[in-house]
Design a protein around this ligand. Sequence first.
Ligand SMILES: Cc1cc2nc3c(=O)[nH]c(=O)nc-3n(C[C@H](O)[C@H](O)[C@H](O)COP(=O)(O)OP(=O)(O)OC[C@H]3O[C@@H](n4cnc5c(N)ncnc54)[C@H](O)[C@@H]3O)c2cc1C
Length: 281
Amino acid sequence: MIPQNFEYSAPATLQEALQLISGGECKVMAGGMSLIPLMKLRLAAPEHVVDLGRVPGLNSISESGGVVCIGATATHHDIESSPVIRGRVPLLAEAASHIGDVQVRNRGTLGGSIAHADPAADYPASLLALEAKVRLVSANSDRTVEAADFFLDPFTTAVESGEIVLEVLVPIEEPREGYRYEKVPHPASGFAVVGVAARIKKAGGKTTLARIGVTGTGPRAFRALAAEKLLESGADVATAAAAVAEGQETNADLYASAEYRRHLTRVWAARALTLALSRAS
Ligand SMILES: Cc1cc2nc3c(=O)[nH]c(=O)nc-3n(C[C@H](O)[C@H](O)[C@H](O)COP(=O)(O)OP(=O)(O)OC[C@H]3O[C@@H](n4cnc5c(N)ncnc54)[C@H](O)[C@@H]3O)c2cc1C
């Protein structure tokens, strides 16, 4: 299908982009991997599309003060292949490598993916496990929200009208941490039927920190807090994995019933935790 007519702008500075989106029926575009199909299906019909692709520096990846800063238009390929991310937050590079195919990873961006907030997207699980923050800016505001407060509902985030995702701030993983992202890809779309990101720190043979983020299982990505506590108090992987989906609303569709998704969540959580534990030293 052909989208409804729209005005197109490709601003050359961030200030210009923020001014353009500060009024009217407007959508920003990054990789266009989700927005363009929605417009073609006429599920989205913005009057004005503001392309962030020419804003200089918006795709930068840098490290400063114990935090890796990833610009909103960094592509999945940039993230998967960046030496800074592979060295400092390897869990995120691992998650990026699971997204779609080469074409999707070359065009799709971190900011676009998290702003779109598909409940089966890969990044949210890792960003929750990494305790990342999202910086949001508008023409007259600049605020930072925790990843845990960013994903609100399917396709709904903390981004307000006139704001864009500027960057994602990820605390550096300690070198001795173990990490793993495990995913059951949907056979048609490649999105996560279930995806589990795990981070583990150990000391004296005990788990001193466990962080588990889950995507695909429910209407929004979540931290498995009960399972984290169990691991930190000495429970084994099977016990913790069984608690991962506890108390969570579960998605159901033609491919996977709620019961099957809960089963996949338990099994894939056990896999992610086992590998993260074996990598922690
Ligand atoms: C065939 C295919 C397979 C895919 N497989 C997977 C997969 O396995 N796992 C996965 O996680 N994803 C998958 N995706 C989605 C892909 O990761 C896209 O990158 C993502 O959905 C959107 O990113 P984008 O940069 O293309 O954003 P766009 O399509 O340009 O924008 C998406 C939405 O985000 C908004 N937006 C974009 N940038 C910003 C910003 N900086 N600030 C605020 N709002 C913004 C737009 O207004 C729009 O509403 C797949 C997509 C396709 C087409």
